[in-house]
Unconditional design. Sequence first.
Length: 324
Amino acid sequence: MRSSSRVWAVLVVCAVLGFAFGGCGTLSSSLASESSLLASRVPVAAPAEPAMPEPPATLELPAMLEPDVSASTTEPATAPVAVTYEPVTDEDAPAWVVALSGPVDPSLRGTPDTVPPDPDVEEYDPWEKFNEKMFSFNYNLDKYVLKPAAKGYNVVVPDIIQTMIDNAFTNLRMPVRFVNKVLQWKLLDASKEMGRFLINSTLGVGGLFDIARQEMGLERQKADLGQTLGIWGFGPGPYLVLPLLPPLTVRDGIGFAGDGAMNPLYYYIPFWPDAFGMRVGDTINDRSLNLDLFQGIEESTVDLYSSVRNGYLQRRNRMIKEGK
């Protein structure tokens, strides 16, 4: 009983000293480590309940020895921080904000692109009135004839069959890409294109499956005679829109005719009705795979003609620069 009272007295003295030093916040690192060792034996937060036989009920701590809880829990008051908000302008906006918000100048027109537009691209369009009429004709033809036909075709033909048909037509147009890569002196790309053709024509069942890309990582090369002429130094010439054809320039129109002359379908299918039928089938199949084309641009663009012209010229200029 005497040893128990001595231990209890030691604990009370330690608790008083601990609260006295801890309340003023001047404990050193050595005292902090020692108090942690003491806490592992006896809980500091509850000194009145040690892990030993409880003392008699009549034993109570004096009021002067009770810890000052208010002093230990109070924290120094911090001054409020004033936060001001300023509008983000075009000059101080981060790059990702500008990229997400699109062009800040409403006068800028063009299709959204991940690559900044090239200011050196000149939109030379002396035949604008004629081009606008042809563009309106092609647009209405797509809106009222080609797109509805592609929607019906998409309902009947499964997506996997559409992809196989597209792979087959892409494989047959290999001579166009191969010859242009050779003319551009990109012999490595030309060899990749030839390898793709041999692999897909054999293992891919006549090009229905793109085995070269899926299994071997050989991507289809992008090359045409218009790009080749641009790499050789020929200027684009005026912008040109013709019925039933995509947007062109004079240079790309010459290249389009030259690429058509290298299409093997025109030699294996000499009758123009059959060739025209295959061309229409390829167009409808391709349109079905791209039903959302111009979906968002039509609703958000005021001048669709200028947007398509700007986007086409920017893309062609970028392809020529990348091919050099």
